[in-house]
Design a protein around this ligand. Sequence first.
Ligand code: UDX
Length: 468
Amino acid sequence: MDICVVGAGYVGLVTSACLAYLGNQVIAVESNPERLHSLQSGGVPFFEPGLEEFVKKTSASGNLTFSDNLTAAVQKAQVIFIAVGTPSLPNGEPDLSQVMVVARAIGGALDDSKRRIVVNKSTVPVGSGNWVEMLVSQGVAKAQKSAKETVPASSGRSEGPSFVVVSNPEFLREGSAIADSFYPDRIVVGSIDEQATAVMKNLYKPIISQTFEAPSFAPRPAKLETVPFVVTDLASAELIKYSANAFLAMKISFANEISGLCEKVGADVKQVAQGIGLDYRIGKAFLNAGVGWGGSCFGKDVSALMQVAKEYSYPTSLLEATVAVNDRQRLVVIKKLQEELKILKGRTIGLMGLSFKPDTDDLRDAPALTIAYQLLKMGASVKAYDPVSNDVCKTLHPHLDIVYAADVEDLASDCDALVLVTEWAQFKKADFKKIAKLMRWPLLIDGRNALDEDEIRACGITYRGVGC
Ligand code: UDX
């Protein structure tokens, strides 16, 4: 199938590469010249395990190309994905300006040669399917008007190009984006148009029936035979995306709230999480207590959901509590530092990890930034080491007065305490005996409950976890 994906950011690039791998002809349209140039020369402008090699491979097969010519890509395609960014505005609403520009441009580029399916892959508020349809129609009308002005006798566009808008939310996680795309828990398509639904089902058939050859670096999970293909109306598909992320965020906030109570009564949140997670109705995943959730999705999606509810004067007490618990949770490690060190002014605190989770260089809404700002405000010096995002942090947050370390031992040198913020695998394998000797004061606050506390204590380091 001929596919056009507009926007070669995180979601767009992973979607493009996976669909190309499955045998489709994909043109990924990128308007940012630097990013386009980097992609055309085999680079991937962000860190995602395995993605650069995968993109190179699919490009070399001839199935994936990059372009800034939206019109040509749209005209060739049967299915057009909108995968541009929808970052949060200061009031919590998503900034839909890129979707607006792209939807109108797609309308302007459509011709009468075939019926197109415009797929909303960007995370857009409930009701955006209708809105995107309106924008595409506006683009069509504008193009028809200017065609008539240029060639008054032309009747080529009089019927109008045929298109339908569907919603196809993504659920991929950073750090495991390719595996999540090939082996999703479900594929959701929001559409009441039977032909569009059939085309989408056909496009995803190799994933639904798991008939494609698994890439060597992303093996198929044992026992996975089929992936549910869920067809809903447009608004329900849009709401599924938000509700899924809000539920996961709420689950983590629940574990975090319970972790505070565990500390009061002398319980261990890891044991509590295991005990409740074994109930299949609850499930084990996303119950890890710590410094809380961050990233580009959870905060943005929860606040977008609250904004939608506000339009209907509908109260969202659970969502508000989810955010409030998370905000409070980020500072729990600072409280623990105060309990141990008493005075933080003049102390040197080393942050292990900066990215919002391991295996990504993404610093969006990263708990480490909140913790660093707060420590600096309290008069402490902050050192940090992240295996991949030191440079990203330096560039994006030049005013954050952090001393960046070259490795975890360099980080530990002369620190009064270490705080594990991101549970990178390499931190679990660190030489804590050596680290203990390098520190001014051997204290470690494990903000993710990720380390072996007995091993750390055996090295002479005071260990404090969260909720235990
Ligand atoms: C999320 C959703 O999982 C994905 O389906 C969606 O499409 C995009 O948003 P992502 O933001 O990549 O994915 O990260 P995820 O793995 O979900 O983790 C989000 C945050 O929650 C991270 O900061 C992580 O450290 C934190 N987390 C996760 C916890 O604090 N505890 C947990 O138990 C799990």
